[in-house]
Design a protein around this ligand. Sequence first.
Ligand SMILES: [Zn+2]
Length: 159
Amino acid sequence: MSRSWHIEPHFSQRNNWLRASILGANDGLISTASLLMGLAATKPDSSTLLITGIAALVGGAVSMAAGEYVSVSSQADTEKADLAKETHELTHNPDKELAELADIYQSRGLDKALAYQVAYALTTHNALEAHARDEIGINTRIAMGYGRTRKYRFNRLFT
Ligand SMILES: [Zn+2]
């Protein structure tokens, strides 16, 4: 059966780049316009004004791209570190991790038996993905890149 509903893109998943683009464009327009207005007050010739405008646009674009790259990289590093920690816990304390996942589902309204049943099923399917999503609040497909999620199966630990 098709699982296309699972990878259907939603608007909120594009929030980050949309926010960064709008913030960057707005910042670039305001800072470049401010610089040119200040310079225009000194009555420069038109080529000085043009070159200054181009330099401000290029400098602003490079600066914003570098800032965005550093910001995204540090978030990706944090998520990778979280996933590595979770992987370690899943390997060394699988029973504790199962109970932890069941507690999360109980806190969301499932009764204890059903919470364990769901936790067990999701752990068997892909333990790291379940913990990343429901415990840490990150999507392993996004954190590790679409299509590169390695399944972390624990069938042999629970059978
Ligand atoms: Zn966990």
